[in-house]
Design a protein around this ligand. Structure first.
Ligand SMILES: [Zn+2]
Length: 170
């Protein structure tokens, strides 16, 4: 899989961040996430990283692409462990875009309609906020359920997570 720019077609999804600026998910990104919904008992959890741009002239951010499940991940019906390939993919995107595509957070699926983070998720997110390298003080965490997805904003300053609006699939 080689990094590519996903062009925006049709409508993107916009969430209001806690600082009132926007986080915009490209429609192609939402389509990709929807493909991994665990809407059959055979589908295991999926996940990856969120990548995109800090938009000029404001604190808006655009999620332009995501890494998808790959070799080295460990996946079951109720768990997902990211392999090292995702970091390599993120670094490659950053490098190939000459530093435009930044690391913005991560995503994974849950086998339920409307997702809520588990204690394991909060532990992982706290870990990521503390140890990963990123621009600014926030990272974003998406959980994809079978009927909708939701996004949480994590803040490295107080280690808190705020749920942004939920998006219900059409
Ligand atoms: Zn989870």
């Amino acid at each position: 899989m080689s990094p590519q720019i996903v062009k925006s077609v049709g409508q993107a999804i916009r969430y209001t961040k806690t600082d009132k600026s926007r986080i915009i998910f490209d429609e192609a990104v939402i389509d990709t996430l929807m493909c991994y919904r665990q809407n059959s008992s055979l589908k295991v959890e999926a996940g990856g990283l969120l990548l995109g741009r800090h938009l000029k002239g404001g604190s808006h951010i655009a999620v332009d692409l995501v890494s998808e499940p790959m070799r080295g991940d460990r996946r079951t019906r109720t768990s997902f462990f990211r392999g090292r390939g995702h970091e390599r993919f993120a670094h490659e995107c950053w490098h190939n875009s000459k530093g435009v595509f930044a690391y913005l957070g991560n995503w994974h699926t849950h086998p339920c309609m409307y997702p809520l983070p588990s204690e394991t998720d909060f532990d992982d997110w706290r870990n990521v906020l503390k140890n990963d390298i990123y621009e600014g003080k926030n990272l974003y965490f998406v959980i994809v359920g079978t009927k909708g997805l939701a996004c949480w904003e994590g803040c490295s300053q107080h280690g808190k997570f705020v749920k942004l609006e939920e998006y219900i699939f059409p």
